[in-house]
Ligand binder design. Structure first.
Ligand code: IPM
Ligand code: MG
Length: 374
């Protein structure tokens, strides 16, 4: 029996619309070839919404997002909106979506595909076989804490303020996601903060330790300071299984982890909320990369991170593990066959070494899906 899933697509800015176009083709493919169909709606977000609707995400788009079974976002932002007031910046649209959908757990897998070992700037033996997940807290901490703002002091100089703040429930709910995920993987969690200088870090460590003792004693737990974690991620990333950390450190560390995989252009993410009374989990999926304005509109962007985000959606929102596997295997196939967008060409590759366009990469993926599903 075919069932229709309500999917809201928010292509956004820069390369967002290009990479989202390739997901559209896979959605069409699935409608025809698999036992699942999607009702796809598309809305504006970020700079595109500022230009057309006067703000980075409209109330009606928010309503659509709240009613959807899952949201897929491309990317937001770009130099065009540099002069827009802070509260209206493209990024605020994304932050509002995360906040209003209460997507407190951001899963960022960093997986090094065999075919891409050479694309990483790190040594092959350091990254080959890498498979870790960073669980980033997404709706609290310094990105949302109050007080915040810029104020002018009596002497005429100015002061900028942001507040790092976490409560016990905020720490427990994201740590719980990390422990449960670890149980399905290699059963190890590393909790990351700066308890040597921040009270919020002291609390974070104490509360993770308590939750672990009370509910997850079977999972191996370690703690690490965030600066050391940054170093360890480039020194020996395979020592980790699941990393759980706050909003700010998770933002930094997931970019660092991305390079171990060869390219930001390969990294998907899932942002999940709490299960509601009907068993539904609010969810937004997006590539970790940004809008890449320098290559936007040129057909150079790598669509694989967004396609892999769509695969995560199939797995986490729709319990379609087989379909997610199929897409992930097809990604392996296209890489093994040598398809490379510019971002995953081996460093030092000859200038002009053959690369494929966004659309060619998407086409190769569809062909691989056809072969796999034959
Ligand atoms: C990310 C991005 C966002 C963030 C920006 C675009 C608001 O860097 O998803 O990592 O800081 O969370
Ligand atoms: Mg970031």
């Amino acid at each position: 029996m075919a069932s229709n899933k309500k999917l809201l697509m928010l292509p956004g800015d820069g390369i967002g619309p290009e990479v989202m176009g390739e997901v559209r083709r896979v959605v069409d493919w699935m409608d025809k070839r698999r036992a699942v169909s999607f009702d796809v709606e598309e809305r504006l977000v970020g700079g595109a919404a500022i230009d057309a609707e006067g703000g980075p995400v409209s109330d009606s788009t928010m309503e659509k997002a709240l009613a959807a079974d899952a949201v897929l976002l491309g990317a937001v932002g770009g130099p065009k909106w540099d002069e827009v007031p802070f509260e209206l910046k493209p990024e605020r649209g994304l932050l509002r979506l995360r906040k209003d959908l209460e997507l407190f757990a951001n899963l960022r897998p960093a997986l090094c595909f065999d075919a891409l070992v050479e694309a990483s700037t790190l040594k092959p033996e350091v990254v080959s076989g890498l498979d870790i997940v960073i669980v980033r807290e997404l709706t609290g901490g310094v990105y949302f804490g109050e007080p915040r703002g810029i104020e002018t002091l009596p002497d005429g100089t100015r002061r900028g303020i942001n507040t790092q703040v976490y409560t016990t429930p905020e720490i427990h709910r994201v740590a719980r996601v990390a422990f449960e995920l670890a149980r399905k993987r290699n059963n190890r969690v590393c909790s990351v903060e700066k308890c040597n200088v921040m009270e919020s870090g002291v609390l974070w460590r104490e509360e993770v330790t308590k939750l672990h003792a009370d509910e997850f004693a079977d999972v191996e737990l370690s703690h690490m300071l965030a600066d050391n974690c940054a170093m360890q991620l480039v020194r020996a990333p395979k020592q980790f299984d699941v990393i759980v950390t706050d909003n700010l450190f998770g933002d930094m560390l997931s970019d660092a982890a991305a390079m171990a995989t060869g390219s930001l252009g390969m990294l998907p993410s899932a942002s999940l909320g709490a299960t509601d009374a009907t068993g539904r989990i609010p969810a937004l999926y997006e590539p970790v990369h940004g809008s890449a304005p320098d290559i936007a509109g040129q057909g150079k962007a790598n669509p694989l991170a967004t396609l892999l985000s769509f695969a995560m959606m199939l797995r986490y929102s729709f319990d379609l593990g087989d379909d997610a596997d199929l897409i992930e295997q097809a990604v392996q196939d296209v890489l093994a066959a040598g398809n490379r967008t510019g971002d995953i060409a081996a460093p030092g590759a000859a200038p002009g070494a053959a690369t494929v366009s966004t659309e060619q990469m998407g086409g190769a993926l569809l062909a691989a899906l056809d072969r796999r599903a034959a």
